[in-house]
Ligand binder design. Sequence first.
Ligand code: HEC
Length: 110
Amino acid sequence: MLAAMAVTLMAGCRRVPPPTPLSELNAQQMHGHAVFQTQCARCHNDRQDAPLNGPPLIGIYKKQYLHSGAPANDERVTDTIQHGHGLMPAMGNTIDQQDLDDLLRYLHTL
Ligand code: HEC
C-alpha cells in the first residue's frame, strides 16, 4: 500500500522512470517511433528533457498533466495531434488512423 502510494507520488513529480530502450520496443511501437521521427521530431524531443519548438514529450504519460495543464491521456493527445494546439499545427490530414495508433503506443513507452 505504502509502496503504491510512493509510486503515485513520484509519478506526479518531474522525476519519472526513463523511456523504454528502443531495443525493447515491439513492431508497433517501433513503427510509432518512425512516425514520430517524420511528424513530430522537428518540434519535440522524445527522449531528452529539453524543449525544441514545443515542450519535450519524454515521460508524457507518466506525468499527470500535459504542458498546458490538460490531463495526459490518449483522448487529449489525439485531439492535440488532429486539431493542433496553440502554436502546434493541426495534423489530422497528414497522419492516418493506423499511424496515429502506433504513435500513441510509442508515446506510452517514453
Ligand atoms: C511545427 C512544430 C510542431 C510539430 C510538427 C508538432 N508539434 Fe506538438 N507542439 C508544438 C508546440 C509549439 C506546442 C506547444 C503548444 C502550446 O501550448 O501553445 C506543442 C504541444 C504539444 C503537446 C502538448 C499539448 C498540451 O496540451 O500541452 C503534445 C502532446 C504534442 N505537442 C504532441 C505532438 C505530437 C505527437 C506530434 C507529432 C504528431 C507533434 N506534437 C508535432 C509544436 C509542434
